[in-house]
Design a protein around this ligand. Sequence first.
Ligand code: F6R
Length: 362
Amino acid sequence: DKGGHKHFMGKEIAEQPRVIGEAIRAYMPDGDTIALPDGGFDFTAVDRLTLVACGTAYYACLTAKYWFEQLARLPVEVDVASEFRYREPPIPARTAALFVSQSGETADTLAALRYCEGKASSILAVVNVAESSIARESDLVLPIHAGVEVGVASTKAFTCQLTVLLILALEAARQRGEISPERLADVLSQLRNLPAVIGNALDTDAFAAHVSNELAEAQDVLFLGRGLMFPIAMEGALKMKEISYIHAEAYASGELKHGPIALIDSHVPVVVMAPRDALYDKTVSNMQEVMARGGKVLLISDSAGIEQAGEVWRSITLPRIDPLLTPILYALPAQLLAYHTAIAKGTDVDQPRNLAKSVTVE
Ligand code: F6R
């Protein structure tokens, strides 16, 4: 049942305020303190985390690396499961291995998990399907509460993965004494408000549809972001490739001048994700380098960021929120751009060619 939407993907994008709210309530049952399921996890008993996943879930892990390192000062390694499993990396003592998977059945992720059995001090799973193989073989299961996801391109599972990973990083920071009670209370209160903010971001839908008619003409689209926006740029590029079949790549904006800038001309739209945070000025200066070479910039920022940037080709304005929460919010326009570009191109949004919802063979 598509609930009045043309596609499951559209329905699942629209469900995000509700399911993110459910994830938040599940991990903060009393409204203002974090309670992990099944007795929780002792983050003071580990010195490092290894995060492993595939595809969109891997980008959730890359985002979580920033959170765990910045908030909890816990060193994090992130790897794609298909590389991790065959590289057979050493797993130092006091390492927790955490696997992120919507389906809980992805063959490479499951094999990576099995490799860690008996080596990692504990195995955690952030999954949507709580009865899955990955969940069954883990010491602690952390459900994301996204509900069934039908669209092959992951949307609500991604933002729910991010929500749960942020809560875990906050809990790690609290246990390790790296965050003040005041700051923690402040972030948690903003997190409770996030579903409403995400609801407002869905108002950019009409504009995303409009701009996507123009993106649909492109051969290539680049996505740029720095810090927490870099993995979201990668997710935006993956969504674009998957459902619109337009070649899209993401770069850390600081990497632009090390090669990719050679691609820029007036035919290449460049989506720049830059909330007005501590890294904004750096990203905007990379954006100006793109514009100086004729690149067409679509800037996604908050109103202060859009204003300060001056004239760009197109812009999408999002609400201003705490920089820590921006990945969850900025995932929405990334999804909407891909969704509407695919519709403009007439591709099969829910069943893109060559792709399966769950990759149970390697
Ligand atoms: C992208 C997408 C895939 C999955 C990947 C992992 O939209 O859906 O990249 O994220 O195949 O799947 P799970 O999360 O089920 O392990």
